[in-house]
Design a protein around this ligand. Structure first.
Ligand SMILES: NC(=O)C1=CN([C@@H]2O[C@H](COP(=O)(O)OP(=O)(O)OC[C@H]3O[C@@H](n4cnc5c(N)ncnc54)[C@H](O)[C@@H]3O)[C@@H](O)[C@H]2O)C=CC1
Ligand SMILES: O=C([O-])CC(=O)C(=O)O
Length: 334
């Protein structure tokens, strides 16, 4: 694995057998993510659902000799219900990716209903699962899932996560490139949300507080718009898939480690957060300690520079609108 925010200790009572369901498992992210989950030894049942090719991907991955069964499902024969039944962790990378010139918000019209419907099924068939939302725009799809779960009476804010780990991975990598260090040792908290200016890397909390202003500004911009680099490079064929699979597998692994009772498991994630609720920001990404019930503790941002504080304030304004958009969508399209 790449980086961890803290040392891990183990609880002797930990359970280590989990069912993980991937919804959208045959997609650009879904396939490598499913592969990486097959390599996680805590996963004993891997359930792969997609509108197409779910069974094919599952059969392929099932030949890997790790200690899990792999089952594939499509929409026929109540496949979604079966895929979700009793899941401990549900990963959702279903939905369309960006093309050059689009923002993540441009995906809202297509992905909102996909995520809403998958959340309804998760509420019915795996109401206790930790739900990890990858589908964009994350700043809005996470509130969509929350509203659906609330309407179904099964909302547990400790078990809903927007996956922002790719921003953390990029921060480690891009910072190491300018600082000429080993990225494995660069740990950068990234707070806010997951789109453009809502992505706020806290470089002041690394060993590289005094980067020249021009270098710092370029680094922050590259982290905030790193997704665009991949969208441009793929020239219309999609967005980040392989690095996202690694990010998703790292975050799902951390959630499983928390569920298993391991201590001091800390990752950044976009969660139902008390940090700025009084200002109307219902969800916010910050460092979160993961535990047996999901979120164990949401950490404050710590000391910020003036520049970081300004970025957080700007992020909050956009987040309020993105979150409201998701909430309104479910109200108007239950
Ligand atoms: N959170 C993050 O950091 C990132 C999020 N993403 C987002 O992840 C999503 C997926 O991206 P890709 O895998 O590249 O797209 P893709 O188009 O390659 O795969 C999406 C898959 O979802 C499936 N799908 C669509 N509707 C479905 C439904 N109702 N039920 C089940 N499966 C369904 C499709 O059949 C397809 O296999 C996009 O919205 C993208 O923007 C991408 C990169 C990073
Ligand atoms: O840029 C995109 O559309 C996909 C994404 O969320 C990322 O790569 O961070």
């Amino acid at each position: 694995m790449l980086t961890k925010f803290a040392t891990r200790h183990f609880s002797s009572t930990a359970s280590t057998a989990y069912k993980v369901s991937v919804l959208g498992a045959a997609g650009g992210i879904g396939q490598p993510l499913s592969l990486l989950m097959k390599l996680n030894h805590k996963v004993t049942q891997l359930s792969l659902y997609d509108l197409r090719l779910g069974a094919g991907v599952a059969t392929d991955i099932s030949h890997i000799p790790t200690n899990s069964t792999v089952t594939g499902f499509g929409p026929e024969d109540n496949g979604l219900a079966k895929a979700l039944d009793g899941a401990d962790v549900v990963l959702i990378p279903a939905g369309v990716p960006r093309k050059p010139g689009m923002t993540r918000d441009d995906l809202f019209n297509t992905n909102a209903s996909i995520v809403r419907d998958l959340a309804k099924a998760a509420a019915d068939h795996s109401p206790n699962a930790a739900i990890l939302v990858i589908s964009n725009p994350v700043n809005s799809t996470v509130p969509i899932v929350a509203e659906v779960l609330k309407a179904k009476g099964v909302y547990n804010p400790k078990k809903l996560f927007g996956v922002t780990t790719l921003d953390v991975l990029r921060s480690s990598r891009f910072l190491s490139e300018v600082a000429k260090t080993n990225p494995v040792h660069e740990i950068v908290p990234v707070v806010g949300g997951h789109s453009g200016i809502t992505i706020v890397p806290l470089i002041s909390q690394t060993n590289h507080k005094n980067l020249p202003k021009e270098t710092y500004d370029a680094l922050v911009h590259r982290i905030q718009f790193g997704g665009d680099e991949v969208v441009q490079a793929k020239g219309g064929a999609g967005s980040a898939t392989l690095s996202m699979a690694q990010a998703g597998a790292r975050f799902a692994g951390a959630v499983l480690n928390g569920l298993a009772g391991e201590q001091d498991i800390v990752e950044c994630s976009f969660v139902d957060s008390p940090l700025y609720k009084s200002e109307g920001v219902e969800f916010f990404s910050s460092k979160v300690t993961l535990g047996v019930d999901g979120v164990k503790q949401i950490h404050g941002l710590g000391n910020l520079t003036n520049a970081e504080e300004e970025m957080v304030n700007t992020a909050k304004e956009t987040l309020i609108k993105n979150i409201e958009k998701g909430v309104n969508f479910v109200k108007q399209n239950p």
